[in-house]
Write a protein that binds this ligand. Sequence first.
Ligand code: DC
Length: 229
Amino acid sequence: MKKITIAIDGFSSTGKSTLAKQLAKELGYAYVDTGAMYRAVTYFAMKNNWVSETNLNTIEVIKNLSNINLEFRFNEQLGFAEMFLNNVNVENEIRTIEVSRCVSKIAEISEVRTILVKQQQQMGKNKAVVMDGRDIGTVVFPDAELKLFMTASAQTRAQRRFDELVEKGQMITFEDVLQNVQERDYIDTHRDDSPLVKASDAIEIDNSSMSKDEQFNLVLLMVNEKLNL
Ligand code: DC
């Protein structure tokens, strides 16, 4: 059976990871959440006081990159891989609003991107992978057979993220989440290195008014078309 690479890029909280997990399960492919990698580096930098909402010590972050070991370990019960930072499961810690507020600063550092992109290319070198992020179809796998670019209105995305965080018991207001979504959109699309941009051969999906199943079925048709080529 032919194996392909599926690159899913787009704005934050557009449901990239939900779709990627569904596809990986259906196809028996590996799923790589590259945002988790940037989040884990950010969490490490926060714990060492190298980054906060108001400060960034780029030199210390770069100097210590070799002390950061990232690993995805598959959790059979959950059905997806969890992020381990230096052998510790940080899956919950990296999803907080505090990490979300600092992650774009870390993702702007070219040295961080170079290392993480290399690791991502290594993980996907045998194809049969669904990878989501901001630069997968443009930088990590420019030759991916299927590239998707996900969008939805900022309001819709903030509402989804807010519901998720509340469900996890985090104390947060909708306005805070909306502000964070809009700030990250701005930084992600305006940074010098690998800004979020739709690859010329990516298919754009606006899922503001699409259900998860509708979206999944639509994309599955696209996948089957690529597999049958
Ligand atoms: O997908 P996410 O929201 O978990 O990603 C967290 C941050 O990481 C996002 O604000 C931008 C950055 N990121 C990136 O710059 N490149 C990627 N390939 C993935 C994420």
